[in-house]
Design a protein around this ligand. Structure first.
Ligand SMILES: [Fe+2]
Ligand SMILES: [Fe+2]
Length: 264
């Protein structure tokens, strides 16, 4: 496969912000809308560990490259959360990773059962589940990269734009891993393609659904992907998905925006 996992592990670093002039936010804060979107993104990044836990009980853990990737990937997403939490803290907004984790624990049975259900499902469909996991990951990473790039454009502040650019660059490497894996695993495998199409078209929701309330998801999606330019970047994600084996014609991102009434 074209993705060099060893190079990825070697190059994996914490996203830094110390050299960026972010302290200006103390005097000149970001608007409420951007702060709400940043808060949403921060929550999503910090929740990666829950997603990782769900995936580690599945068939995917037996795939060596996938396991190695997910270890490093989880750290990078955590660091994204940390960087965004820093920006929020300059606005007097505290996001505590430990608090989020504790809240997650309190969610109780529903959350605790999730990995078991995931495991049963994945063992039923065996290796094809890994293909679904990989394409699912690719869609979410494409979404994350697009979201950070969009916020960088919408909120022209140079320090923030640079931080978002650095995060988006790491998201792009995550895309490369998942998409490479998905392409290889879906190629010449009609059964996996059918399963992936079914999973994406029936179960995919914008990243952050299940963490934030439905209203919040719609607000953030409207902020980032509403209007002509926003829809253009959402359509680009659908085009990437459509190029993967057997996925032609899928428009899950645009469909999810339409379903939420996000204006194009
Ligand atoms: Fe991230
Ligand atoms: Fe990512």
């Amino acid at each position: 496969m074209a993705f060099d996992i060893e190079k990825f592990a070697r190059d994996s670093v914490r996203v830094g912000w110390e050299d960026l002039d972010l302290d200006v936010f103390r005097k000149d804060p970001l608007p409420q809308r951007s702060l709400r979107t940043l808060r949403y993104m921060c929550d999503v990044e910090y929740h990666t560990v829950c997603y990782l836990r769900d995936m580690l009980v599945t068939r995917s853990r037996r795939e060596k490259e996938v396991g190695s990737f997910m270890t490093m990937w989880n750290r990078e997403e955590f660091w994204h959360g940390e960087a965004l939490a820093h920006v929020l803290s300059l606005h007097g907004i505290t996001v505590s990773y430990d608090e989020l984790k504790a809240k997650r624990v309190k969610l109780g049975w529903k959350d605790r059962l999730a990995p078991i259900k995931q495991s049963l499902m994945s063992n039923l469909v065996g290796k094809d589940f890994v293909a679904v996991h990989m394409i699912w990951g690719a869609v979410n990473e494409w979404s994350a990269a697009a979201a950070y790039r969009r916020l960088g454009v919408l909120e022209g502040h140079p320090g923030l734009a640079e931080l978002l650019r650095r995060i988006a660059a790491q998201e792009a490497r995550h895309v490369a891993f998942y998409a490479t894996q998905a392409r290889a695993r879906l190629a010449d495998n009609p059964k996996a393609q059918k399963l992936a199409r079914l999973a994406l078209s029936t179960a995919w929701r914008p990243v952050g659904s299940g963490i934030a309330s439905d209203g919040e998801v719609t607000d953030v999606m409207t902020h980032l992907f509403g209007g002509k330019e926003g829809r253009k970047s959402a359509d680009a994600i659908d085009r990437h998905i459509g190029k993967l084996p057997g996925m032609g014609g899928l428009t899950i991102v645009a469909d999810s925006l339409d379903a939420r009434g996000v204006p194009a």
